[in-house]
Design a protein around this ligand. Structure first.
Ligand code: NDP
Length: 456
């Protein structure tokens, strides 16, 4: 066995232990980043022991060190003329298979650990889409809640004034994430264009009239449900008639709900950071339109749904205590812990599909595996969003726009291909380990490109 940064290791288990110890030492306090790496390394290290070229070229060590992380001051003025300072970030993780690509998150919890976990995960996800996209992630600890439209605009402009020095349509193409939707992308795109006088596809998630792709808004949620459908079809089942619980009520949750309803499933719960609503009659298309308007335009609270439709609102709780067949965590990281997994399993859940990034803790994932719950990891299940971002880049480069039907068909094809890749690396007899399959399939493509470049 060859020499590694942290010593000689004879078994995958020993290597994993020492590798993680080294990673934690080099990235102190970055707990979300440690968690994301561990979840991948548990699948990839045993595979590397069977493919020594990855091991001897320190590919995993290289894939856990971002190409660069930029932080900067974002200074802006509120409506009363008070000055505020926030911290802006862009982590450019890896461009082995294409320009850096990944969303921007505006949320008070944003820090380097969270962006590094997201950027790290993005490498595997973007690789799985089959499109030529590297990985990055960025954002700010700015809290958009309660801010006026003008304040959001001024913040976005200030953020882009600095970010514009670090991105480019062939170099790094950011998109949206929590707290960054069509409104914020439009303000940032306008500012980039003003600074550079250059109309290029430097951001994705743009408005349709200025280079956006149809279906981008729906893509992450739709893609998660398409992936779920493939998993169920693989065991001769379907979404029809299934009782579903979704956390969150933002972009991903809304369009996951929409597709589930279209396919005949019954959505009984949605949430936000204040709690969850329980609608035993099921959220139908009309009620969902109300939610989309409430959260996207009125920027209200999910509690208002309970008042409008006379259903219970359970404050300060997550929806995992609600009995369901299918669970879709679509809000944020670490929102589904071991105790939640235990309740879900006790209530008979058969499948968990991650619409959000890393919503399940490692303990929860292990528990699902032990109890034979089908588990769709985020990097596979929610890759539809970045896939359509990739197709937005293609349309911008070609200066054309595809129809909704064309884009939706491509999304379906991509989600099928991701499912196939998971089967290729994760199938063991009748059982499919989707986490292992997604991790290894995502890893191989990036790792092979890095090997081809030599020692860089
Ligand atoms: P949105 O900002 O549109 O919605 C986020 C939702 O999650 C809101 O309902 C929000 O509640 C809730 N939420 C956020 N933080 C917390 C928290 N700490 N505790 C409880 N609830 C919380 O974001 P998106 O829907 O775009 O993103 C959701 C997840 O999906 C994220 O993990 C994101 O990284 C991931 N994702 C998004 C993609 C996209 O295309 N948008 C692509 C791939 C992954 P509230 O309104 O109260 O804040």
């Amino acid at each position: 066995m060859s020499k590694h940064l942290y010593g000689d290791y004879s078994t995958p288990e020993k290597f994993l232990q020492c590798f993680m110890a080294g990673l934690i030492k080099r990235n102190p306090g970055e707990v979300e980043f440690h968690q994301a790496v561990k979840e991948v390394a548990e699948s990839v290290v045993p595979f590397m022991f069977e493919h020594k070229e990855y091991f001897s070229n320190l590919i995993l060590e290289r894939m856990t060190e971002p190409d660069r992380s930029v932080t900067f001051r974002v200074c802006w003025e509120d409506d009363q003329g008070n000055v505020h300072v926030n911290r802006g970030y862009r982590v450019q993780f890896n461009n082995a298979i294409g320009p850096y690509k990944g969303g921007l998150r505006f949320h008070p919890s944003v820090n380097l650990s969270i962006l590094k976990f997201l950027g790290f995960e993005q490498q595997f996800k973007n690789s799985l889409t089959t499109l030529p996209m590297g990985a990055g992630k960025g954002g700010s600890d700015f809290n958009p809640k309660g801010k006026s439209n003008r304040e959001i605009m001024r913040f976005c402009q200030a953020y882009m004034t600095e970010l514009s020095k670090h991105i480019g349509e062939n170099m790094d193409v950011p998109a949206g994430d929590i707290g960054v939707g069509a409104r914020e992308i439009s303000y940032m795109f306008g500012q980039y264009k003003r600074i550079n006088d250059n109309f290029v596809g430097v951001l994705t998630g743009k408005g349709i009239s200025f280079g956006g792709s149809l279906i981008r808004t729906e893509a992450t949620g739709f893609g998660t449900v398409y992936f779920t459908q493939h998993m169920l079809n693989h065991i001769g089942d379907s979404i029809k008639g299934k009782r579903c619980v979704i956390s969150g009520s933002g972009n991903v949750a809304q369009y996951a709900a929409k597709k589930i309803i279209e396919l005949g499933g019954k959505v009984v719960a949605l949430s936000d950071s204040g709690g969850y609503i329980l609608d035993e009659d099921g959220i139908d298309s009309e009620k969902l339109e109300y939610v989309i308007d409430l959260k996207t335009n009125k920027r209200g609270r999910i509690e208002e749904y309970a008042q409008k439709y006379g259903v219970p609102f359970i404050a300060n709780k997550r929806p995992w205590e609600v009995k369901c067949d299918l669970a879709f965590p679509c809000a944020t990281q670490n929102e589904l812990e071991l105790e939640d997994a235990q309740i879900l399993v006790k209530n008979g859940v058969m499948l968990v599909a991650e619409g959000a990034n890393m919503p399940s803790t490692i303990d929860a994932i292990h528990y699902f595996k032990e109890h034979k719950v089908l588990f769709a990891p985020a990097k596979a299940a929610n890759a539809g969003g970045v896939a359509i971002s990739g197709l937005e880049m293609t349309q911008n480069s070609m200066r054309i726009s595809w129809t909704s039907e064309e884009v939706d068909q491509r999304l379906q094809d991509i989600m099928k291909s991701i499912h196939d890749q998971c089967l290729k690396y994760g199938k063991n007899g009748e059982v499919v380990d989707y986490l292992k399959g997604a991790n290894i399939a995502g890893f191989v493509k990036v790792a092979d490109a890095m090997l081809a470049y030599g020692v860089v």
